[in-house]
Design a protein around this ligand. Structure first.
Ligand SMILES: C[C@](O)(CO)[C@H](O)COP(=O)(O)OP(=O)(O)OC[C@H]1O[C@@H](n2ccc(N)nc2=O)[C@H](O)[C@@H]1O
Ligand SMILES: Nc1ncnc2c1ncn2[C@@H]1O[C@H](COP(=O)(O)OP(=O)(O)OP(=O)(O)O)[C@@H](O)[C@H]1O
Length: 305
């Protein structure tokens, strides 16, 4: 029986501009995504019958939220496989096996990553032969972040996050991630953003010029200063202790610190390997911080291995 294995990265948002809520409940975004070296793997094995099953394997048992990754049709990887099957009319089923490393509900698009990986894995295992562009169309239907996880590298995200366009960027960056011991719901953080901004005029979001020129120049110091996230106030309102985590990393010499997407993962830009170690060491003692990971970015998007 044919099978395919795909490696897919987590994402961070170097900036996350959020506009006023749209009629469909989503918010317009202006973001710069970066794919980082923290990967899930998804294997698709073709079945004789038409069932699509999923199993999730992880070493992340220190973080209890792993229990909430569904091993049924609610798993985003299964939804991706079903969508591809509907689109192509293929009749086969698949057994999906996810090796989970990306934190769950951490603001690093873990579920979206598995959906992107499942599209690439099933497209190969079933021999359905859709192009990258065709897979990106399906990806946008699965979630705001999914198209970027196919793309990888650095990219500007528009619309509700699903439109991805290239950005001129140089350099490889050292990141430190502080994973929280409890996830935050993306939906709840956007709802808190609306609550905080009720009655005020939220401007249309933009990608800051300072961030684009820092990336063009490959200037880590300037990038550290340009990092921004419009969901910070909302996420801190729901999880005030994250402010302490951000402060600890800055105190340890980080070039910049922000929450990843809707949080609660906090991310820190380090100047080099030694600075990254110093920040990681300082964070291990932060309360509410379940794990600290050193990483690099950018890396490629979902790829067959
Ligand atoms: C916060 C980010 O991670 C930034 O990259 C993404 O916007 C979230 O992407 P995602 O998890 O793929 O989000 P989706 O599955 O599309 O949406 C989850 C929920 O988040 C809210 N949501 C999401 C994206 C967006 N542009 N506006 C929203 O208001 C909506 O309530 C939605 O029901
Ligand atoms: N394959 C999957 N991996 C993780 N979570 C999944 C998956 N499929 C469905 N889910 C559900 O999606 C919820 C959000 O998980 P996810 O890890 O994608 O959040 P996130 O990283 O905060 O997302 P984002 O950064 O895109 O906002 C989980 O609580 C879980 O119930």
């Amino acid at each position: 029986m044919s099978s395919a294995n795909v490696r897919v990265p987590a994402k961070i948002n170097l900036c996350l501009g959020v506009g006023p809520v749209r009629d469909d409940g989503y918010h317009p975004l202006a973001t710069v995504y970066q794919a980082v070296d923290l990967h899930d793997e998804v294997r698709a094995a073709v079945r004789d019958d038409d069932r699509i099953t999923v199993t999730v394997h992880t070493d992340l048992d220190a973080r209890s939220e792993i229990a909430v990754v569904p091993e049924d049709d609610d798993n985003l990887a299964v939804k991706a496989a079903r969508l591809l099957r509907e689109r192509t009319g293929v009749s086969a089923g698949a057994d999906l096996a996810i090796r989970k490393v990306i934190p769950v509900a951490g603001g690093m698009a873990g579920g979206s990553a598995d959906a992107a990986a499942a599209l690439v894995a099933c497209n190969d295992a079933w021999g359905t032969g859709l192009s990258r562009a065709e897979l990106e169309e399906l990806a946008a239907q699965l979630g705001s972040d999914v198209p970027f996880l196919l793309h990888g590298g650095n990219a500007i995200g528009g619309g509700r996050g699903e439109t991805v366009s290239p950005v001129l960027a140089r350099g490889s960056y050292h990141w430190v991630f502080a994973m929280a011991d409890h996830g935050l719901s993306t939906k709840a953080v956007f709802a808190e953003f609306d609550r905080i901004n009720a009655g005020s005029q939220v401007p249309d979001p933009v990608v800051p010029d300072a961030l684009l020129s820092a990336l063009r120049a490959g200037d880590a110091v300037a990038l550290g200063q340009a990092l921004s996230n419009d969901l910070t106030e909302a996420a801190l309102s729901l999880r005030p202790e994250l402010a302490d985590t951000l402060a600890i990393g800055i105190e340890a010499g980080a070039l910049g610190a922000i929450l990843s997407g809707s949080g609660p993962t906090a991310l820190f830009l380090a100047s080099d390997e030694q600075n990254s170690l110093d920040i990681a060491f300082a964070l291990t003692s932060a309360s509410g911080c379940a794990d600290v990971v050193q990483s690099r970015g950018p890396v490629a998007g979902a790829r067959l291995i």
